[in-house]
Design a protein around this ligand. Structure first.
Ligand SMILES: Nc1ncnc2c1ncn2[C@@H]1O[C@H](COP(=O)(O)OP(=O)(O)OP(=O)(O)O)[C@@H](O)[C@H]1O
Length: 311
C-alpha cells in the first residue's frame, strides 16, 4: 500500500504539487492523468525520492519512504520512463541486470531472471541479450526498459509515460503485456499518462491532476459517469464518454437470451468492440460465444446503447 499524505512541492514561489493525498491499494494500478505541467511527474518522483517534497509524507507499506537511504529505496522500486533511459553502452542483458547486480544477486540467479524477463517480453535471450539498445526497435527498447524496471521483482513500479513514443499497435500490445505481468506478479503500479484512453483501460483508479492538485481520484467508471467538475469532464472527453464506458464492460456481462444471425462475438470482447461489430455488420443483434465456442446468447445494439449511459 502506498499512502501519499498532504504532499506539497514548491520551487521558490511556485507550488507544483499542492497538498496531494492519495492511497494506492496493493496490487492495483493507479493512473495519474492531467494536462502538461500539472505536476504528475513531480508527484511520481517524490515516491522514489528523485524529488524531495517540501512537506508531507509518503508511506510504503506503512513505513515513511525517508526511513531508508534513497539509493536503497530506489533499488526496491521499479522505475520506467518514456524514452526507456537504457544505458547505451551496456547490452540488453546488462541493462536488465542493473538492479539485481547492485543488490548482489549471484550470477546464476541474475542470468535466470534476465532470461525469464526477456522470454516473457518475447525477446529471445540468445539473440537479443548481447545486443546494444541502438540495435533494437523502439518497441523492443521499451520492453527492455520495463523488463529492467521489473528485474529485482519490485512490489512497486512507477511508470512515466512508458508507452508515449510507441505506435498504436505496439502500444496496445505493451499495455496488454503490462496488465498480464501485473496480474502475475501482483505489482502495485503508478502510471503517469496524457492519454485518457490508456488511463481508462489500465487504471483500477484514476487521479486527475490540474495545477498541482488532484481534482478527482476514483474508479474509471465513476470518473466517466460523474466527473467532479468541468475540467475533469473536458479531460475525459464528453463525446468519447459513452464509448469509454462501454470499453470497461465485457460482452458476457451484457448477453441477452435468444439467438441472432451472423458471426458470433467472443464473450470476453469489450462491449465497445461489440458495438463496433454490430454497427459494421449493420445488424441489430449478433450471437455471443464463450471460450469453447459454445453459443451463450446474443448482444444487441439496443442493450448496448442503454449501457453507454451512466447508471
Ligand atoms: N526542478 C524544477 N525546478 C523548477 N520547476 C520545476 C522543476 N521540475 C518541474 N518544475 C515545474 O513544475 C511543474 C510541473 O512539472 P511536472 O513535470 O511535474 O509536470 P507534468 O504534469 O509531469 O508535465 P508533463 O505532462 O508535461 O510531463 C512545471 O511547471 C515544471 O516547469
Amino acid at each position: 500500500m502506498i499512502e501519499i499524505e498532504g504532499i506539497t512541492k514548491r520551487y521558490d514561489e511556485t507550488t507544483v504539487v499542492d497538498n496531494v493525498s492519495l492511497v494506492i491499494e496493493p496490487r492495483t494500478i493507479a493512473v495519474i492523468v492531467g494536462t502538461s505541467g500539472s505536476g504528475k511527474t513531480t508527484l511520481l518522483r517524490m515516491i522514489n525520492r528523485l524529488v524531495e517534497p517540501t512537506s508531507g509524507v509518503i508511506k510504503l507499506d506503512g513505513a515513511d519512504n525517508r526511513s531508508v537511504p534513497d539509493y536503497q529505496l530506489r533499488r526496491s522500486i521499479g522505475y520506467a520512463i518514456q524514452g526507456h533511459g537504457l544505458f547505451p553502452h551496456r547490452t540488453v542483458a546488462q541493462n536488465i541486470a542493473t538492479v539485481p547486480l547492485l543488490l548482489g544477486w549471484d550470477k546464476d540467479r541474475i542470468k535466470a531472471r534476465v532470461d525469464e524477463l526477456m522470454t516473457l517480453y518475447q525477446l529471445d535471450p540468445q539473440a537479443y541479450g548481447p545486443r546494444y539498445p541502438h540495435e533494437l526497435s523502439g518497441g523492443q527498447q521499451q520492453r527492455v526498459g520495463v523488463a529492467r524496471a521489473l528485474a529485482a521483482e519490485p512490489n512497486v513500479l512507477l511508470m512515466d509515460e512508458p508507452f508515449g513514443a510507441l505506435d498504436p499497435i505496439i502500444r496496445t500490445k505493451a499495455q496488454e503485456d503490462l496488465l498480464a505481468i501485473q496480474k502475475r506478479f501482483g505489482t502495485t503500479i503508478i502510471l503517469v499518462t496524457h492519454d485518457m484512453e490508456e488511463a481508462v483501460h489500465m487504471g483500477d483508479k484514476i487521479a486527475v491532476m490540474d495545477a498541482g492538485k488532484v481534482l478527482q481520484y476514483a474508479k474509471p467508471a465513476e470518473i466517466l459517469a460523474r466527473p467532479a467538475n468541468g475540467f475533469v469532464e473536458t479531460l475525459v472527453g464528453s463525446s468519447e464518454r459513452p464509448f469509454r464506458l462501454l470499453s470497461l464492460g465485457r460482452v458476457r456481462d451484457a448477453v441477452e437470451p435468444g439467438g441472432a444471425e451472423g458471426e458470433a462475438i467472443p464473450g470476453d470482447a469489450s462491449q465497445r468492440d461489440a458495438l463496433a461489430e454490430l454497427l459494421w455488420a449493420g445488424r441489430p443483434a449478433l450471437p455471443v460465444k464463450d471460450g469453447d465456442g459454445k453459443l451463450i446468447g446474443r448482444i444487441t445494439v439496443e442493450g448496448l446503447v442503454k449501457r453507454a449511459r451512466p447508471a
